[in-house]
Design a protein around this ligand. Structure first.
Ligand code: ARG
Length: 454
Protein backbone atom coordinates (compact mmCIF):
# COMPACT_ATOMS: atom_id res chain seq x y z
CA UNK A 1 0.00 0.00 0.00
CA UNK A 2 1.31 3.46 -0.85
CA UNK A 3 1.40 6.19 1.77
CA UNK A 4 -1.60 7.90 0.25
CA UNK A 5 -3.56 4.65 0.18
CA UNK A 6 -2.79 4.02 3.83
CA UNK A 7 -3.85 7.56 4.69
CA UNK A 8 -7.07 7.21 2.72
CA UNK A 9 -7.88 3.94 4.44
CA UNK A 10 -7.31 5.18 7.95
CA UNK A 11 -8.92 8.55 7.33
CA UNK A 12 -12.03 7.69 5.35
CA UNK A 13 -15.28 7.02 7.17
CA UNK A 14 -17.57 6.81 4.14
CA UNK A 15 -17.93 3.02 4.37
CA UNK A 16 -19.85 3.39 7.58
CA UNK A 17 -20.99 7.01 7.88
CA UNK A 18 -23.04 6.68 4.69
CA UNK A 19 -25.74 5.67 7.14
CA UNK A 20 -26.03 9.34 8.04
CA UNK A 21 -26.94 10.43 4.51
CA UNK A 22 -30.56 11.25 5.22
CA UNK A 23 -29.75 13.23 8.36
CA UNK A 24 -26.92 15.02 6.56
CA UNK A 25 -29.26 16.16 3.82
CA UNK A 26 -31.95 17.26 6.25
CA UNK A 27 -29.34 19.21 8.22
CA UNK A 28 -28.05 20.88 5.06
CA UNK A 29 -31.54 21.82 3.95
CA UNK A 30 -32.25 23.47 7.30
CA UNK A 31 -28.91 25.27 7.17
CA UNK A 32 -29.37 26.54 3.61
CA UNK A 33 -32.90 27.72 4.34
CA UNK A 34 -31.65 29.64 7.38
CA UNK A 35 -28.75 31.17 5.43
CA UNK A 36 -31.18 32.50 2.82
CA UNK A 37 -33.63 33.81 5.41
CA UNK A 38 -30.78 35.70 7.09
CA UNK A 39 -29.64 37.13 3.77
CA UNK A 40 -26.31 35.26 3.93
CA UNK A 41 -26.94 33.48 0.63
CA UNK A 42 -29.43 34.47 -2.07
CA UNK A 43 -32.91 32.95 -2.30
CA UNK A 44 -32.06 31.72 -5.79
CA UNK A 45 -28.97 29.86 -4.62
CA UNK A 46 -30.92 28.41 -1.76
CA UNK A 47 -33.61 27.08 -4.08
CA UNK A 48 -30.95 25.41 -6.23
CA UNK A 49 -29.26 23.90 -3.21
CA UNK A 50 -32.54 22.54 -1.87
CA UNK A 51 -33.64 20.93 -5.11
CA UNK A 52 -30.11 19.62 -5.67
CA UNK A 53 -30.09 18.03 -2.23
CA UNK A 54 -33.43 16.38 -2.98
CA UNK A 55 -31.89 14.91 -6.14
CA UNK A 56 -28.87 13.66 -4.22
CA UNK A 57 -31.17 11.97 -1.73
CA UNK A 58 -33.09 10.34 -4.57
CA UNK A 59 -29.83 8.92 -5.90
CA UNK A 60 -28.81 7.64 -2.50
CA UNK A 61 -32.22 6.16 -1.79
CA UNK A 62 -32.33 4.36 -5.11
CA UNK A 63 -28.75 3.17 -4.64
CA UNK A 64 -27.47 5.02 -7.71
CA UNK A 65 -25.13 7.20 -5.73
CA UNK A 66 -21.43 6.47 -6.21
CA UNK A 67 -19.47 6.86 -2.99
CA UNK A 68 -15.84 7.84 -3.07
CA UNK A 69 -13.32 7.06 -0.35
CA UNK A 70 -11.13 9.87 -1.68
CA UNK A 71 -13.90 12.22 -0.52
CA UNK A 72 -13.49 10.82 2.98
CA UNK A 73 -16.93 11.00 4.49
CA UNK A 74 -20.63 11.33 3.80
CA UNK A 75 -20.58 15.10 4.26
CA UNK A 76 -18.00 15.69 1.52
CA UNK A 77 -19.47 13.00 -0.73
CA UNK A 78 -22.85 14.71 -0.68
CA UNK A 79 -21.42 18.19 -1.12
CA UNK A 80 -19.28 17.07 -4.06
CA UNK A 81 -22.28 15.49 -5.79
CA UNK A 82 -24.34 18.60 -5.10
CA UNK A 83 -21.65 20.63 -6.84
CA UNK A 84 -21.89 18.35 -9.88
CA UNK A 85 -25.66 18.82 -9.98
CA UNK A 86 -26.12 22.53 -9.20
CA UNK A 87 -22.66 24.01 -9.75
CA UNK A 88 -21.42 27.12 -7.99
CA UNK A 89 -24.24 27.61 -5.41
CA UNK A 90 -23.19 24.28 -3.81
CA UNK A 91 -20.01 25.99 -2.69
CA UNK A 92 -22.07 28.45 -0.60
CA UNK A 93 -23.78 25.77 1.48
CA UNK A 94 -20.85 25.39 3.85
CA UNK A 95 -20.90 29.09 4.84
CA UNK A 96 -20.98 29.49 8.64
CA UNK A 97 -20.70 25.75 9.14
CA UNK A 98 -17.97 23.17 9.67
CA UNK A 99 -17.97 19.43 9.40
CA UNK A 100 -17.54 19.46 13.16
CA UNK A 101 -20.97 20.90 13.94
CA UNK A 102 -22.36 19.13 10.87
CA UNK A 103 -21.36 15.64 12.01
CA UNK A 104 -22.52 16.31 15.57
CA UNK A 105 -25.90 17.40 14.24
CA UNK A 106 -26.22 14.46 11.84
CA UNK A 107 -25.30 11.93 14.46
CA UNK A 108 -27.67 13.43 17.00
CA UNK A 109 -30.50 13.27 14.49
CA UNK A 110 -29.63 9.66 13.72
CA UNK A 111 -29.39 8.58 17.36
CA UNK A 112 -32.63 10.39 18.13
CA UNK A 113 -34.37 8.47 15.37
CA UNK A 114 -32.99 5.20 16.68
CA UNK A 115 -34.12 6.01 20.22
CA UNK A 116 -37.62 6.63 18.86
CA UNK A 117 -37.41 3.31 17.04
CA UNK A 118 -36.39 1.46 20.20
CA UNK A 119 -39.22 3.02 22.10
CA UNK A 120 -41.68 1.49 19.64
CA UNK A 121 -39.91 -1.86 19.38
CA UNK A 122 -39.69 -2.25 23.14
CA UNK A 123 -43.36 -1.34 23.45
CA UNK A 124 -44.07 -4.12 20.96
CA UNK A 125 -42.16 -6.59 23.10
CA UNK A 126 -43.97 -5.40 26.21
CA UNK A 127 -47.23 -5.96 24.41
CA UNK A 128 -46.46 -9.60 23.63
CA UNK A 129 -45.23 -10.25 27.16
CA UNK A 130 -48.34 -8.65 28.66
CA UNK A 131 -50.58 -10.70 26.35
CA UNK A 132 -48.91 -13.94 27.43
CA UNK A 133 -49.02 -12.82 31.05
CA UNK A 134 -52.75 -12.24 30.80
CA UNK A 135 -53.37 -15.63 29.17
CA UNK A 136 -51.22 -17.46 31.72
CA UNK A 137 -51.86 -15.41 34.83
CA UNK A 138 -52.80 -18.57 36.76
CA UNK A 139 -50.06 -20.95 35.60
CA UNK A 140 -48.01 -21.84 38.65
CA UNK A 141 -44.24 -22.16 38.50
CA UNK A 142 -41.44 -22.19 41.02
CA UNK A 143 -40.11 -18.79 41.96
CA UNK A 144 -36.37 -18.97 42.55
CA UNK A 145 -33.77 -17.26 44.64
CA UNK A 146 -30.18 -18.42 44.19
CA UNK A 147 -31.76 -20.55 41.43
CA UNK A 148 -33.15 -22.71 44.25
CA UNK A 149 -36.92 -23.15 44.41
CA UNK A 150 -38.09 -20.50 46.88
CA UNK A 151 -41.83 -19.87 46.69
CA UNK A 152 -44.40 -20.65 44.04
CA UNK A 153 -45.21 -17.79 41.68
CA UNK A 154 -47.32 -17.44 38.57
CA UNK A 155 -45.87 -17.55 35.08
CA UNK A 156 -47.72 -14.35 34.20
CA UNK A 157 -46.07 -12.66 37.16
CA UNK A 158 -42.64 -13.71 35.93
CA UNK A 159 -43.35 -12.34 32.45
CA UNK A 160 -44.63 -9.06 33.83
CA UNK A 161 -41.35 -8.58 35.69
CA UNK A 162 -39.77 -8.14 32.26
CA UNK A 163 -42.50 -5.75 31.18
CA UNK A 164 -41.51 -3.55 34.13
CA UNK A 165 -37.81 -3.73 33.21
CA UNK A 166 -38.54 -2.79 29.62
CA UNK A 167 -40.71 0.05 30.89
CA UNK A 168 -37.70 1.43 32.74
CA UNK A 169 -35.52 0.96 29.67
CA UNK A 170 -37.99 2.97 27.65
CA UNK A 171 -38.04 5.72 30.21
CA UNK A 172 -34.23 5.77 30.24
CA UNK A 173 -34.25 6.12 26.44
CA UNK A 174 -36.77 8.95 26.79
CA UNK A 175 -34.50 10.71 29.30
CA UNK A 176 -31.49 10.34 27.03
CA UNK A 177 -33.55 11.78 24.18
CA UNK A 178 -34.42 14.86 26.22
CA UNK A 179 -30.80 15.65 27.00
CA UNK A 180 -29.72 14.91 23.43
CA UNK A 181 -32.26 17.21 21.89
CA UNK A 182 -30.21 20.41 21.56
CA UNK A 183 -28.93 21.41 18.15
CA UNK A 184 -25.15 21.83 17.64
CA UNK A 185 -25.52 23.30 14.15
CA UNK A 186 -24.03 26.80 14.02
CA UNK A 187 -21.25 26.08 16.50
CA UNK A 188 -19.15 25.87 13.32
CA UNK A 189 -15.62 24.53 13.77
CA UNK A 190 -15.49 25.29 17.51
CA UNK A 191 -15.93 28.99 18.17
CA UNK A 192 -19.19 29.99 16.51
CA UNK A 193 -19.29 32.24 13.46
CA UNK A 194 -19.13 35.89 12.46
CA UNK A 195 -22.12 35.46 10.11
CA UNK A 196 -25.53 36.60 11.42
CA UNK A 197 -26.98 33.07 11.60
CA UNK A 198 -30.20 32.16 13.40
CA UNK A 199 -29.53 29.03 15.40
CA UNK A 200 -33.05 28.96 16.78
CA UNK A 201 -34.39 28.60 13.28
CA UNK A 202 -32.23 25.60 12.37
CA UNK A 203 -32.86 24.02 15.77
CA UNK A 204 -36.59 24.35 15.22
CA UNK A 205 -36.49 23.12 11.63
CA UNK A 206 -34.72 19.96 12.79
CA UNK A 207 -37.12 19.53 15.71
CA UNK A 208 -34.58 20.15 18.42
CA UNK A 209 -35.79 21.83 21.60
CA UNK A 210 -33.16 24.58 21.40
CA UNK A 211 -29.62 25.25 20.13
CA UNK A 212 -26.69 24.05 22.27
CA UNK A 213 -25.33 26.82 24.51
CA UNK A 214 -21.56 26.49 24.12
CA UNK A 215 -19.87 26.10 20.75
CA UNK A 216 -16.86 24.21 22.15
CA UNK A 217 -19.08 21.74 23.95
CA UNK A 218 -21.30 21.41 20.88
CA UNK A 219 -18.57 19.92 18.71
CA UNK A 220 -16.81 17.87 21.39
CA UNK A 221 -19.82 16.29 23.03
CA UNK A 222 -20.51 12.61 22.43
CA UNK A 223 -22.43 12.11 25.67
CA UNK A 224 -25.54 11.48 23.63
CA UNK A 225 -23.95 8.43 22.01
CA UNK A 226 -22.59 7.15 25.32
CA UNK A 227 -25.90 7.65 27.03
CA UNK A 228 -27.75 5.78 24.31
CA UNK A 229 -25.18 2.98 24.55
CA UNK A 230 -25.45 2.76 28.32
CA UNK A 231 -29.23 2.54 28.12
CA UNK A 232 -28.89 -0.02 25.33
CA UNK A 233 -26.49 -2.02 27.50
CA UNK A 234 -28.94 -2.13 30.40
CA UNK A 235 -31.75 -3.10 28.06
CA UNK A 236 -29.62 -5.82 26.43
CA UNK A 237 -28.74 -7.08 29.90
CA UNK A 238 -32.45 -7.47 30.64
CA UNK A 239 -32.99 -9.38 27.43
CA UNK A 240 -29.97 -11.52 28.25
CA UNK A 241 -31.41 -12.52 31.60
CA UNK A 242 -34.68 -13.58 30.04
CA UNK A 243 -32.80 -15.36 27.26
CA UNK A 244 -30.86 -17.32 29.87
CA UNK A 245 -34.13 -18.35 31.49
CA UNK A 246 -35.44 -19.55 28.15
CA UNK A 247 -32.26 -21.58 27.67
CA UNK A 248 -32.80 -23.20 31.08
CA UNK A 249 -36.54 -23.65 30.73
CA UNK A 250 -36.27 -25.42 27.38
CA UNK A 251 -33.82 -28.05 28.66
CA UNK A 252 -35.30 -31.53 29.11
CA UNK A 253 -34.48 -31.21 32.83
CA UNK A 254 -36.75 -28.18 33.25
CA UNK A 255 -39.19 -28.53 30.34
CA UNK A 256 -41.09 -25.47 31.56
CA UNK A 257 -41.72 -24.04 28.10
CA UNK A 258 -41.54 -25.11 24.50
CA UNK A 259 -40.14 -23.12 21.62
CA UNK A 260 -41.01 -24.20 18.11
CA UNK A 261 -38.38 -24.93 15.49
CA UNK A 262 -38.85 -21.35 14.29
CA UNK A 263 -36.43 -20.34 17.03
CA UNK A 264 -34.50 -23.53 17.67
CA UNK A 265 -32.17 -25.66 15.59
CA UNK A 266 -31.37 -29.33 15.42
CA UNK A 267 -27.94 -30.83 15.77
CA UNK A 268 -26.14 -32.25 12.75
CA UNK A 269 -25.17 -35.35 14.74
CA UNK A 270 -27.62 -35.73 17.62
CA UNK A 271 -31.13 -36.13 16.20
CA UNK A 272 -32.89 -35.63 19.55
CA UNK A 273 -31.51 -32.14 20.07
CA UNK A 274 -33.37 -28.87 19.95
CA UNK A 275 -31.02 -26.04 20.62
CA UNK A 276 -32.34 -22.64 21.67
CA UNK A 277 -29.88 -20.79 19.41
CA UNK A 278 -31.90 -17.59 19.16
CA UNK A 279 -32.08 -17.29 22.95
CA UNK A 280 -28.38 -18.01 23.25
CA UNK A 281 -27.55 -15.28 20.74
CA UNK A 282 -29.81 -12.78 22.48
CA UNK A 283 -27.99 -13.73 25.68
CA UNK A 284 -24.69 -12.98 23.98
CA UNK A 285 -25.53 -9.68 22.25
CA UNK A 286 -25.10 -7.73 25.46
CA UNK A 287 -21.36 -8.40 25.13
CA UNK A 288 -21.10 -6.41 21.92
CA UNK A 289 -23.33 -3.64 23.18
CA UNK A 290 -21.52 -3.22 26.50
CA UNK A 291 -18.30 -3.42 24.49
CA UNK A 292 -19.41 -0.50 22.33
CA UNK A 293 -19.91 1.64 25.40
CA UNK A 294 -16.48 0.67 26.73
CA UNK A 295 -14.90 1.34 23.39
CA UNK A 296 -16.31 4.84 23.01
CA UNK A 297 -15.76 5.91 26.58
CA UNK A 298 -12.10 4.99 26.16
CA UNK A 299 -11.89 6.92 22.89
CA UNK A 300 -13.36 10.00 24.58
CA UNK A 301 -11.43 9.94 27.84
CA UNK A 302 -8.57 12.39 27.87
CA UNK A 303 -9.53 14.06 24.56
CA UNK A 304 -8.78 17.76 24.85
CA UNK A 305 -11.44 20.19 23.59
CA UNK A 306 -12.70 20.59 20.98
CA UNK A 307 -13.05 18.19 18.03
CA UNK A 308 -10.40 15.53 17.39
CA UNK A 309 -10.50 12.95 14.64
CA UNK A 310 -10.59 10.25 17.32
CA UNK A 311 -14.27 11.06 17.55
CA UNK A 312 -14.87 9.56 14.13
CA UNK A 313 -14.52 6.22 15.95
CA UNK A 314 -17.88 6.85 17.60
CA UNK A 315 -19.91 5.53 14.71
CA UNK A 316 -19.05 1.91 13.92
CA UNK A 317 -19.45 0.74 17.49
CA UNK A 318 -22.68 2.67 17.90
CA UNK A 319 -24.10 1.30 14.65
CA UNK A 320 -23.16 -2.24 15.62
CA UNK A 321 -24.72 -1.84 19.06
CA UNK A 322 -27.91 -0.41 17.57
CA UNK A 323 -28.20 -3.23 15.04
CA UNK A 324 -27.51 -5.83 17.69
CA UNK A 325 -30.11 -4.50 20.10
CA UNK A 326 -32.69 -4.17 17.36
CA UNK A 327 -32.20 -7.77 16.32
CA UNK A 328 -32.20 -8.99 19.92
CA UNK A 329 -35.50 -7.23 20.62
CA UNK A 330 -37.05 -8.66 17.45
CA UNK A 331 -35.82 -12.17 18.25
CA UNK A 332 -37.07 -11.92 21.80
CA UNK A 333 -40.44 -10.72 20.60
CA UNK A 334 -40.63 -13.65 18.21
CA UNK A 335 -39.76 -16.11 20.96
CA UNK A 336 -42.31 -14.65 23.35
CA UNK A 337 -45.05 -15.06 20.75
CA UNK A 338 -43.80 -18.57 20.04
CA UNK A 339 -43.28 -19.92 23.53
CA UNK A 340 -45.86 -22.03 25.31
CA UNK A 341 -45.71 -22.95 28.98
CA UNK A 342 -45.94 -26.63 29.94
CA UNK A 343 -48.39 -26.17 32.77
CA UNK A 344 -47.99 -29.60 34.45
CA UNK A 345 -44.22 -29.47 34.59
CA UNK A 346 -44.14 -25.97 35.96
CA UNK A 347 -46.72 -26.72 38.57
CA UNK A 348 -45.07 -29.96 39.65
CA UNK A 349 -41.72 -28.23 40.02
CA UNK A 350 -43.42 -25.43 41.94
CA UNK A 351 -44.35 -27.90 44.68
CA UNK A 352 -40.86 -29.29 45.11
CA UNK A 353 -38.23 -28.11 47.57
CA UNK A 354 -40.78 -27.40 50.35
CA UNK A 355 -41.75 -24.26 48.51
CA UNK A 356 -44.75 -23.62 50.78
CA UNK A 357 -42.64 -23.56 53.96
CA UNK A 358 -43.11 -19.80 54.24
CA UNK A 359 -46.87 -20.29 53.98
CA UNK A 360 -46.66 -22.72 56.88
CA UNK A 361 -44.65 -20.24 58.96
CA UNK A 362 -47.10 -17.45 58.09
CA UNK A 363 -49.99 -19.73 59.20
CA UNK A 364 -48.32 -20.25 62.59
CA UNK A 365 -47.96 -16.49 62.96
CA UNK A 366 -51.53 -15.76 61.91
CA UNK A 367 -53.39 -18.59 63.65
CA UNK A 368 -51.23 -19.24 66.71
CA UNK A 369 -50.01 -15.65 67.16
CA UNK A 370 -46.42 -16.95 67.19
CA UNK A 371 -43.61 -14.45 66.64
CA UNK A 372 -42.31 -14.96 63.09
CA UNK A 373 -38.83 -16.01 64.29
CA UNK A 374 -40.34 -18.83 66.40
CA UNK A 375 -42.61 -19.85 63.53
CA UNK A 376 -39.55 -19.99 61.28
CA UNK A 377 -37.88 -22.33 63.77
CA UNK A 378 -40.92 -24.64 64.06
CA UNK A 379 -41.25 -24.74 60.27
CA UNK A 380 -37.60 -25.65 59.98
CA UNK A 381 -38.17 -28.65 62.24
CA UNK A 382 -41.19 -29.73 60.19
CA UNK A 383 -39.18 -29.42 56.96
CA UNK A 384 -36.50 -31.62 58.55
CA UNK A 385 -39.19 -34.20 59.37
CA UNK A 386 -40.46 -34.14 55.80
CA UNK A 387 -36.93 -34.50 54.48
CA UNK A 388 -36.37 -37.49 56.76
CA UNK A 389 -39.54 -39.15 55.46
CA UNK A 390 -38.87 -37.98 51.88
CA UNK A 391 -42.33 -36.51 51.59
CA UNK A 392 -43.88 -33.10 50.96
CA UNK A 393 -44.96 -30.84 53.82
CA UNK A 394 -48.60 -31.48 52.92
CA UNK A 395 -48.02 -35.26 53.38
CA UNK A 396 -46.84 -34.95 56.99
CA UNK A 397 -49.36 -36.57 59.40
CA UNK A 398 -51.05 -34.07 61.70
CA UNK A 399 -49.91 -35.99 64.82
CA UNK A 400 -46.33 -35.63 63.76
CA UNK A 401 -46.78 -31.89 63.29
CA UNK A 402 -48.41 -31.68 66.68
CA UNK A 403 -45.47 -33.47 68.24
CA UNK A 404 -43.40 -30.50 67.13
CA UNK A 405 -46.03 -27.86 67.98
CA UNK A 406 -49.15 -29.12 69.82
CA UNK A 407 -51.37 -26.18 68.77
CA UNK A 408 -51.20 -26.99 65.06
CA UNK A 409 -54.66 -27.98 63.75
CA UNK A 410 -55.76 -29.56 60.48
CA UNK A 411 -56.53 -26.10 59.13
CA UNK A 412 -52.82 -25.87 58.35
CA UNK A 413 -53.23 -28.11 55.31
CA UNK A 414 -55.24 -25.43 53.54
CA UNK A 415 -52.10 -23.30 53.10
CA UNK A 416 -49.68 -26.02 52.03
CA UNK A 417 -50.70 -26.38 48.38
CA UNK A 418 -48.99 -24.32 45.72
CA UNK A 419 -52.26 -22.96 44.42
CA UNK A 420 -53.37 -21.67 47.83
CA UNK A 421 -49.89 -20.26 48.26
CA UNK A 422 -50.01 -18.11 45.13
CA UNK A 423 -53.64 -17.16 45.68
CA UNK A 424 -52.78 -15.87 49.13
CA UNK A 425 -50.09 -13.50 47.88
CA UNK A 426 -52.51 -10.69 47.13
CA UNK A 427 -50.32 -7.86 48.45
CA UNK A 428 -49.71 -5.01 46.01
CA UNK A 429 -47.21 -6.26 43.43
CA UNK A 430 -47.67 -9.86 44.59
CA UNK A 431 -48.05 -13.00 42.52
CA UNK A 432 -51.75 -13.85 43.12
CA UNK A 433 -53.36 -14.75 39.77
CA UNK A 434 -56.02 -12.06 40.14
CA UNK A 435 -53.35 -9.41 40.76
CA UNK A 436 -51.34 -10.64 37.80
CA UNK A 437 -54.38 -10.56 35.54
CA UNK A 438 -55.12 -7.01 36.61
CA UNK A 439 -51.52 -5.87 36.11
CA UNK A 440 -51.43 -7.44 32.66
CA UNK A 441 -54.68 -5.66 31.78
CA UNK A 442 -53.32 -2.40 33.09
CA UNK A 443 -50.24 -2.71 30.89
CA UNK A 444 -52.36 -3.65 27.88
CA UNK A 445 -54.52 -0.57 28.41
CA UNK A 446 -51.43 1.61 28.76
CA UNK A 447 -49.94 0.24 25.56
CA UNK A 448 -53.25 0.66 23.78
CA UNK A 449 -53.32 4.31 24.84
CA UNK A 450 -49.89 4.67 23.26
CA UNK A 451 -51.43 3.57 19.99
CA UNK A 452 -50.59 -0.15 19.90
CA UNK A 453 -53.42 -2.42 18.87
CA UNK A 454 -53.80 -4.90 21.67
N1 ARG B 1 -15.90 12.20 9.34
C1 ARG B 1 -15.71 13.07 10.46
C2 ARG B 1 -16.26 12.43 11.74
O1 ARG B 1 -16.96 11.50 11.63
C3 ARG B 1 -16.42 14.36 10.23
C4 ARG B 1 -15.81 15.54 10.92
C5 ARG B 1 -14.50 15.85 10.37
N2 ARG B 1 -14.03 17.11 10.79
C6 ARG B 1 -12.76 17.46 10.59
N3 ARG B 1 -12.41 18.62 10.98
N4 ARG B 1 -11.91 16.65 10.02
O2 ARG B 1 -15.96 12.83 12.83
Amino acid sequence: MSTSEIMEQINASIDFDKRLAFEDIEGSKAHATMLAKQGIISKGDCAKILSGLTKVWEEIRSEKFVYSAALEDIHMNIEARLKEIVGEPAGRLHTARSRNDQVATDFKLYIRGQIDGFNGELAGLQLELARKAESYSDVIMPGFTHLQPAQPVTFGHHLLAYVEMLGRDRSRFADARKRLNECPLGAAALAGTSFPIDRNQTAQALEFDRPTANSLDSVSDRDFVLEMLSVATICAMHLSRFAEELVLWTTPQYSFVTLSDQFTTGSSIMPQKRNPDAAELVRAKVGRIAGAFQSLVIVMKGLPLAYSKDMQEDKEVAFDAIDSLKLAVAAMRGMVVDLEPVRENMEEAAGSGFSTATDLADWLVRELKMPFRDAHHVTGRLVAEAEKRQCELSDLPLELMQAVEPRISKGVFSVLSVSSSVRSRRSYGGTAPQRVKNSAKKWLRRLEKEGLSV
